[in-house]
Design a protein around this ligand. Structure first.
Ligand SMILES: NC(=O)c1ccc[n+]([C@@H]2O[C@H](COP(=O)([O-])OP(=O)(O)OC[C@H]3O[C@@H](n4cnc5c(N)ncnc54)[C@H](OP(=O)(O)O)[C@@H]3O)[C@@H](O)[C@H]2O)c1
Length: 295
């Protein structure tokens, strides 16, 4: 029997959002997938819309070169956003859709293009004001019974939106943005809820989409300096490792999703798993992001 109350993902997840921009051949994509797995990042984060509805197929094309790899990985995907795209000519405007029909059709397509028989985890990508919790629960139940999706969650949900759906069908995670420049989930109840429910949050853009390195604004500069100092005090050189250690320190046990194509960047994230940051360093980085000390 599948335990719908838990999910097993690697502690660092490989993000596939930007894969279409990498311009790689199928063999290069396969080599990257294998290298991630060898390093212990066995979970891959997708969405139907990534790359303008292209990324899942790019990944599936690589997986088809070595199908046995499927048993060594966990596949996460999302649905619920409808983009205006040549790939979906029926969409007139960008909108959300969490109807039973859309969820099931989107999953069927994800399975087809990823060339797999199951998703380990399906997330609703954005909160949808028209979401009917009972209808979503019905769709999830059909997918679960068919063995097509093993567990379910959401992304970018407020605590009350999570509560609404979680009362109708068990959710295992809320995938959210968190980094020293985006601290709201620490204080708005999102991570309190995750900790209470033991629903480990997945963290997107853990390096602020690269802004931690490139943004020349005052807050990003302060954060960079604080991360650099924390890394140096630990005898490390990587600002990114300090940024991951800051995330991993939270008691809700966050699971960061690495967005870089570079394996060295993945190694920076994996190195943080051994670092339990002391609280004063953690608050120093918080203070650098906030621009003021705690109350
Ligand atoms: N649920 C959602 O709504 C949502 C939204 C956004 C993303 N996501 C997921 O989260 C994943 C990660 O998001 P993200 O790509 O924004 O993550 P990120 O790790 O914060 O940003 C990655 C970007 O930072 C750049 N970067 C620059 N310097 C870097 C350095 N020293 N180390 C590492 N990266 C550096 C990377 O470029 P290089 O590749 O050149 O290193 C890459 O373009 C996505 O792949 C996707 O799976 C989910």
């Amino acid at each position: 029997m599948i335990d719908v109350m838990s999910m097993t993902l690697s502690n660092i997840v490989a993000g596939c959002w930007r894969m279409a921009e990498w311009g790689w051949t199928p063999a290069q994509r396969l080599a990257w997938i294998e290298a991630c797995i060898e390093r212990g990042a066995t979970s891959f984060d997708h969405a139907d819309i990534y790359g303008g509805y292209a990324v899942e197929a790019l990944f599936g094309e690589a997986l088809a070169l070595k199908p046995a790899l499927r048993e060594q990985m966990q596949l996460v995907s999302k649905c619920g956003i409808k983009l205006v795209s040549d790939a979906r000519p029926a969409h007139r405007i960008k909108s959300y859709d969490c109807s039973r029909e859309h969820i099931i059709a989107s999953v069927e397509n994800s399975l087809k293009v990823l060339r797999t028989d199951r998703l380990d985890l399906l997330l609703l990508h954005r909160p949808d004001a028209l979401l009917d919790a009972d209808e979503v629960a019905e769709a999830f139940d059909m997918l679960r019974r068919a063995g097509k999706v093993l567990s379910f969650g959401v992304s970018n949900y407020t605590p009350s939106q999570f509560e609404l759906l979680n009362a109708a069908t068990p959710l295992v995670t809320n995938q959210i943005e968190l980094h020293p420049l985006e601290r709201a989930p620490l204080h708005d109840g999102t991570l309190d809820q995750a900790q209470r429910l033991k629903a480990r949050p997945m963290i997107w853009s853990p390096l602020a989409g690269g802004r931690l390195f490139t943004d020349t604004g005052a807050a990003a500069t302060r954060v960079r300096e604080a991360l650099q100092a924390a890394a140096e005090a630990k005898g490390l050189t990587s600002v990114a490792t300090a940024a991951y250690a800051w995330l991993l320190r939270h008691p809700s046990r966050p699971i960061p999703i690495v967005g870089s194509q570079r394996l060295a960047a993945l190694d920076d994230a994996l190195a943080a798993l051994d670092w339990r940051m002391d609280a004063e360093t953690w608050w120093g980085i918080w203070q650098a992001g906030a621009g003021h000390e705690v109350a």
